[in-house]
Design a protein around this ligand. Structure first.
Ligand code: SAH
Length: 249
């Protein structure tokens, strides 16, 4: 894959999702935190229907695999034409201007770190497969990165693109009310978040830890740090081994 020279204009994001069934994820962008970001003008999401953009008769976008085998494959010419119609540029040049992400179970695993790296771009393209997959030439000649949201197979890339977009959008300054809440979240600090409680302080004898009701901020901070390490060690020991918290454990 060609290494692109990305532009790094921050703060106003445009996402383009090229997919077969935009309806699958339309509501994701019409509700909640993402809707708020759209309404305040820091985000624009364009859902591009590959069928509507296809130059083939009846909006056909897939075909049988060369060499035989089950299922249908999303065509490279359909993807190239769709991108070219929207960007008025050769499909292979778009990756020089912005990340062109192919959603695929074979891609690099999506992480919070990757979400943080995406928020610095002003425009990102997502290409979603369907059926048995995508003609390999999309990865070779058009995409700049292949991204997976985990080791399982979805029926299409739409939900994967929506998951990535959701994780990136909430990192745009101002979208999630409290910046502090982002800093302490799981993965951001290299640890999982400490346990959280809210009212009532006691329910059926299930009590909130006394320290959280004490009003002693230093003690609360220390308790939370210890708990974050404990929880991470218990649930995700692989994260601990990646960072050096040993002196605190
Ligand atoms: N036959 C392919 C899987 C195709 S799944 C294989 O074995 O590799 C159909 C489409 O769903 C893919 O093209 C991709 O866009 C999307 N998809 C499926 N699982 C995904 C995952 N874990 N992460 C990101 N996209 C995924």
């Amino acid at each position: 894959m060609a290494e692109p020279a990305f532009s790094r204009e921050p703060r106003k994001l445009k996402f383009h999702v090229f997919c077969a069934i935009p309806e699958t994820i339309k509501s994701v962008f019409e509700t909640g935190v993402i809707r708020k970001a759209v309404d305040t003008g820091v985000l624009r999401v364009f859902l591009h229907d590959l069928h509507a953009l296809s130059p083939e008769p009846h909006g056909k976008i897939d075909d049988y695999p060369y060499g035989g085998g089950p299922g249908m494959i999303l065509r490279v010419d359909v993807v190239a034409h769709a991108l070219e119609k929207v960007f008025c540029k050769d499909a292979t040049d778009i990756g020089k201007l912005m990340p062109v992400i192919l959603l695929s179970p074979q891609g690099e695993r999506f992480t919070q770190e990757m979400a943080i790296s995406f928020v610095s771009f002003s425009e990102i393209v997502f290409i979603c497969g369907r059926y048995e997959g995508v003609d390999e030439r999309v990865r070779e000649y058009i995409a700049t990165k292949e991204v997976s949201i985990g080791d399982f197979i979805l029926s299409g890339g739409e939900i994967a693109a929506a998951a990535v977009i959701d994780a990136v959008v909430r990192l745009i300054p101002g979208v999630v009310g409290n910046v502090e809440s982002l800093k302490e979240e799981s993965f951001t600090s290299g640890l999982l978040e400490y346990p959280q409680y809210t009212r009532p302080a006691s329910f059926r004898g299930w009590k909130v830890p006394d320290v959280l009701l004490s009003g002693n901020h230093a003690e609360i901070a220390e308790w939370r740090r210890k708990k974050a390490i404990e929880v991470t060690r218990m649930k995700r020991p692989d994260l601990i081994s990646r960072k050096d918290y040993r002196e605190e454990i």
